[in-house]
Design a protein around this ligand. Structure first.
Ligand code: NAD
Length: 267
């Protein structure tokens, strides 16, 4: 039940970081994977590599904030596999800084990329997955939130607010889709600090706002004082949890917030 054989998965933000690792994990678990990102060249490279390894993958350019791109994706899916089982709403951006220095333009931008995108992706997927719809057999939607959607972190106000919204959107849509018998599960993943380009940005932000003098000390502070397991997370930690939520192993799991943070939020 932990496998994805016969399933079709779409990953947003699949060109790098957590999205790339999840796309690879889904393909290795047997799914046909559509890798999507604004960086389509990187998705094409990863898809070609997966295909060479004997897995099934395809790349598409998708800006998660574009309704037209989401519609175009469904047409390509119909042509390619005529099926859609899993959506990982992963694409996102980080904008840090002290709240007093954040601008309305930054808030609008981060809301659009981190919240509106999840709404658009979820609506597109459920329109295809629900009974009597295009593919009509239910599915699993996984939304990337963050520990910053659960607890306060300096420099994370506007980013954390978007991730709190993603947590909330997850729970409301999970309940609605279950109640209306759509057979579509929706869950949120809450990574701690993960070693990716965005993770590096968040560490640098602790320096920029004056919490620590340099990035090494930021990492040391997290590992020694804030993360009980004593290490930062890696993309495979998140891919493994995403695989559980994507697969039938989690068939009775909907509306949960799964923290993958080395114990950060439990401490
Ligand atoms: P990343 O910056 O390494 O990669 C993000 C990917 O999203 C990039 O390939 C980028 O091109 C793509 N992207 C950005 N805007 C897009 C758009 N409008 N349309 C389509 N693609 C777009 O980030 P990551 O660390 O892999 O993070 C992935 C997700 O996990 C994000 O939602 C992030 O908020 C969340 N997260 C990350 C961490 C962390 O520490 N890295 C922690 C908690 C949550």
């Amino acid at each position: 039940v932990f496998g994805l054989e016969g399933k079709v998965a779409v990953v947003s933000g699949a060109a790098a970081g957590i999205g790339e690792a999840c796309a690879r994990a889904f393909a290795q678990a047997g799914a046909a994977v559509m890798l999507s990102d604004i960086d389509v060249a990187a998705c094409e490279r990863i898809a070609a590599e997966l295909n060479e390894q004997g897995f099934e993958a395809k790349a598409i350019r998708l800006d998660v904030t574009s309704e037209a791109d989401w519609q175009a994706l469904t047409v390509v899916l119909q042509d390619w596999k005529n099926r859609w089982d899993v959506l990982l709403n992963n694409a996102g951006i980080y904008i840090g800084g002290l709240l007093e220095n954040n601008s309305s333009a930054q808030v609008s931008k981060i809301n659009q990329v981190n919240i509106e995108s999840v709404f658009l992706g979820t609506r597109t997927a459920v329109e295809c997955m629900k009974p009597n719809a295009m593919f009509g057999h239910g599915g699993s939607i996984i939304n990337l939130s963050s520990i910053a959607g659960l607890v306060g972190v300096p420099g994370h106000s506007i980013y954390g607010a978007t991730k709190g919204a993603v947590r909330s959107l997850t729970k409301h849509s999970a309940v609605e889709f279950a109640k209306f018998g759509y057979g579509v599960r929706v869950n949120s993943l809450h990574p701690g600090l993960i070693e990716t380009a965005m993770g590096d940005q968040a560490l640098q932000d602790f320096v920029d706002i004056g919490v620590v003098p340099n990035v090494d000390e930021a990492a040391t502070l997290l590992k020694s004082a804030m993360i009980p397991m004593g290490r930062l997370g890696n993309v495979q930690d998140i891919a493994n949890a995403a695989l559980f939520l994507a697969s039938d192993a989690s068939s009775y799991v909907t509306g949960v917030e799964l923290t993958v943070d080395g114990g950060f939020c439990a401490a």
